[in-house]
Design a protein around this ligand. Structure first.
Ligand SMILES: [Zn+2]
Length: 440
């Protein structure tokens, strides 16, 4: 019903959707198939037809720009009525949680990430939230400030004395843990039991390090400014589940629905009334996901596989068809295992941290050339040393990387054995692979 309402307000109110959505069927079964045949909305379309997309003619309550982690930011409009609906909705949800959990004191939460993330209202949390700043990236100052808040005994009416929930980015978590480990910090001094990580992907290796030292559970949260709501990691199945007011779909690189278990691009649709002024209907996020049926009572499980912009794509059949050569997350897991690989870091001056590089993002770059049934994959990897000095070690790394790449390459290609792939691993000396950090 909410989908019907969403499509209806979009078609009635916006010039853009009036062209995309013709008549709406009355039965729910027909509605779903009609919905799945609607044109996909790309970031480029949103940028080009911004005003045409709007359904409310009054001046917006707020205009946001997405963070631009995936490229040029997208502008998002929200109306007064939309903000009011969100506020009353989240108030209802959290008062329900509070009543059912019968708290004597609200848990204390520290969040280092953006306070609003595309909404005029504070991001919803089930406790009392402390704000560190509106900083997406860690720096020296925020690391030190975060520690003082985490260690402090607070005195806030109705709330616990110590911070038990810590919401942050993957990069911040890696750097903070790295800093604490190197300064010999006693993690028993902390009261954090629940770490919620968003924005950057945490490798399995880093998840294990953080979980062991902090003695806290980690929950991955996937969200984007364009969506009202998020997907949260499930302890039962290990995948992410989207909140019920978001409809997720996975499509292949040809924009056709992807089979369960195949990597594809995530489309989202926000439902009315949580989305009113600028409906996002079948919006292409450019984030890669795989949907799996894990028989979880919360429904389909979704697993993040990286960003399309960082993925290697393979063109075959005379460039008529494009397939995924590597999912960024799989590549990242391999590179992240190598201490030899130099890391990006933007923390420079934290006292007692001798080498902050361990918590940074590895420096590497992949290239692919394809010809009919042949592919040439080149990996450029920046090392912490000169490869000519440690030749045996470099040979060892090279063999290991190629063996692992063979296992993860061309995940969606049915007859990938027929493809002849040649791998080249190119070691770069320290500070010679100058690029921006790869965000995955
Ligand atoms: Zn689940």
């Amino acid at each position: 019903m909410l989908l019907h309402e969403t499509l209806n307000i979009a078609r009635k109110g916006s010039v853009f959707y009036k062209q995309n959505i013709k008549d709406l069927p009355l039965t729910s079964e027909d509605l779903l198939s009609c919905f799945r045949s609607l044109p996909i909305v790309t970031k480029e379309m949103v940028r080009a037809r911004q005003v045409d997309m709007l359904c409310v003619k009054e001046p917006p309550a707020v205009v946001y720009h997405s963070t631009g982690l995936t490229g040029i930011p997208v502008t998002i409009f929200r109306s007064n009525n939309e903000i009011e609906t969100m506020l009353s909705f989240y108030k209802y949800v959290f008062s329900f949680i509070e009543t059912s959990l019968k708290w004597k004191q609200k848990p204390l939460i520290l969040s280092t990430t953006s306070v609003h993330h595309g909404n005029m209202i504070m991001n919803p949390y089930e406790g009392h939230k402390l704000i560190l700043g509106d900083n997406m990236e860690p720096d020296d100052d925020t690391l030190v400030k975060a520690m003082s808040i985490l260690l402090k005994k607070h005195d806030i009416p109705g709330a616990s004395k110590r911070v038990s929930i810590f919401g942050t980015s993957g990069h911040f978590m890696m750097l903070l843990t790295s800093y604490l480990l190197q300064s010999g910090f006693d993690f028993k001094r902390l009261a954090v039991k629940d770490i919620r990580v968003g924005i950057h992907y945490l490798s399995q290796r880093w998840r294990a390090i953080i979980q062991k030292n902090w003695n806290a559970k980690i929950t991955t949260v996937y969200s984007l400014t364009e969506a009202t709501g998020a997907a949260t990691e499930c302890y039962a199945c290990g995948g992410l589940h989207f909140q019920p007011w978001i409809i997720p779909e996975i499509v292949g690189l040809d924009d056709e629905p992807a089979e369960t278990g195949k990597v594809g691009v995530l489309l989202i649709t926000n439902l009315y009334p949580l989305c009113q002024m600028q409906p996002f209907i079948r919006y292409k996020t450019n984030d890669l996901f795989v949907a799996m049926d894990k028989d979880c009572k919360l429904g389909m499980s979704y697993f993040f596989r990286g960003r399309l912009n960082n993925a290697l794509l393979y063109e075959y059949c005379g460039k008529k068809e494009v397939e995924l050569a590597f999912a960024p997350v799989d590549l990242y897991e391999i590179i992240d295992m190598l201490p030899d690989c130099k890391r990006h870091t933007n923390v420079t001056n934290v006292p007692s941290a001798i080498n902050m590089e361990v918590g940074g993002i590895p420096k590497y770059k992949f290239f692919l050339k394809s010809y009919k049934n042949k592919a040439l994959v080149t990996l450029k990897l920046e090392l912490t040393y000169n490869s000519e000095i440690y030749t045996d070690r470099c040979r060892e790394i090279k063999e290991r990387i190629i063996a692992q790449l063979n296992k993860i390459a061309f995940p969606n290609l049915p007859n990938r054995n027929k493809l002849k792939v040649q791998y080249v691993v190119d070691f770069c000396k320290p500070n010679t692979l100058f690029e921006l950090p790869i965000k995955i």
